[in-house]
Design a protein around this ligand. Structure first.
Ligand code: SF4
Length: 325
């Protein structure tokens, strides 16, 4: 059932700087949630630290504002505990690709059904504009005393190489286009990344609204034959190579749209369900953890096993034989 985007807003005061691209992302995400009719009680929004980290406070759904770089591990635990939930991660380029880079890669390798929305403004906005992992080499933004001396990391290329099965790039001020990408990413069963180019009006005076107005172009408009979908497993290597080549295009012309979409690869939950029959029906979040009286469910059986092992270890240590006492 479609809802109104306002139903997904908490009403809390939004304290991003006036003109920040994050407003566009918030609008696009709530629009997508409304059009998908997501149930707030079955949706979880997880964030780390940074300006983007405030997002769960503003979205009416379950929310976790967690540690720096750890949004993906939290989201992984939530999704595995209850695979019925829709889980959306919001993180900045510093949070997800600096301290959180290992988790970012691991999510792709697992292909867990989580949507990652990367607020990519090329700076650490919350701590006053230091260079983030996505700022290109040689670029000097106004908070930097000298041009950046590190190479940039390309989130789209990293996601494709890591195994994400839906990879797109959007623009924060293109609310309708971004909402469309968010809807597709949430509907996709597997790890999804949307790299959202988000102007930081306070600290980034290079990648500005004016810059993006000139530089951005849509993949499918520039090339009507552009097809990011992997139609059969045999096509995967060629489609991955095509996405990587396009992802590396960066400079005065920057493509937005869907780079890669593989609907065939099994999600991590599907792989677990193959190993553990009954996982889908009774995942950890649905298992009984206490007896009616409040004692831990199955606790007595576990204690018996534990006691038995203790006795054996103790006895072996003394005489090399198991002699319960
Ligand atoms: Fe937005 Fe930049 Fe302000 Fe953070 S510092 S709220 S990213 S404009």
């Amino acid at each position: 059932m479609a809802r109104r985007p306002e139903e997904y807003r908490t009403g809390l005061w939004v304290d991003w700087c006036p003109g920040c691209g994050n407003y566009g992302i918030l609008q696009a995400v709530t629009l997508a949630m409304a059009e998908l009719g997501l149930e707030p009680e079955k949706t979880v929004v997880v964030s780390g630290i940074g300006c983007s980290g405030k997002t769960p406070h503003y979205i009416y759904a379950n929310g976790v504002h967690t540690l720096h770089g750890r949004a993906i591990p939290f989201a992984t635990g939530i999704k595995l505990a209850n695979p019925e939930l829709t889980v959306i991660v919001h993180g900045g380029d510093g949070d997800l690709l600096g301290i959180g880079a290992g988790h970012f890669v691991a999510l792709g390798r697992r292909n867990l059904d989580i949507t990652v929305i990367l607020h990519n403004n090329q700076v650490y906005g919350l701590t006053k504009g230091q260079a983030s992992p996505t700022l290109p080499y040689g670029v000097k933004t106004k908070a930097l005393p000298k041009p950046n001396i590190q190479d940039m990391l390309n989130p789209v290329a990293l996601a494709v190489a890591s195994g994400y099965t839906f990879v797109a790039r959007g623009y924060a001020l293109d609310v309708k286009g971004l909402a469309d990408l968010v809807k597709k990413a949430i509907r996709h069963r597997g790890a999804a990344l949307i790299d959202v180019l988000q102007p930081c009006v306070t600290y980034n005076d290079v990648y500005t609204v004016q810059f993006y107005r000139k530089a951005l172009y849509r993949l499918e408009e520039a090339d009507p034959s552009w097809d990011p979908v992997v139609h059969s497993p045999e096509e995967e290597p060629a489609k991955r190579a095509q996405a990587l080549a396009k992802a590396m295009e960066w400079g005065n012309r920057i493509p937005i749209g869907i780079f890669y979409h593989d609907p065939h690869k099994p999600s991590f939950e599907d792989r677990i369900a193959r190993l553990l029959p009954g996982y889908r029906e009774a995942p950890p979040a649905k298992q009984r953890i206490t007896e009616p009286g409040g004692s831990p469910a199955g606790g007595n059986q576990l204690l018996e096993v534990f006691r038995d092992k203790l006795v054996n270890v103790k006895s072996r240590g003394r005489r090399g034989t198991a002699t319960p006492n």
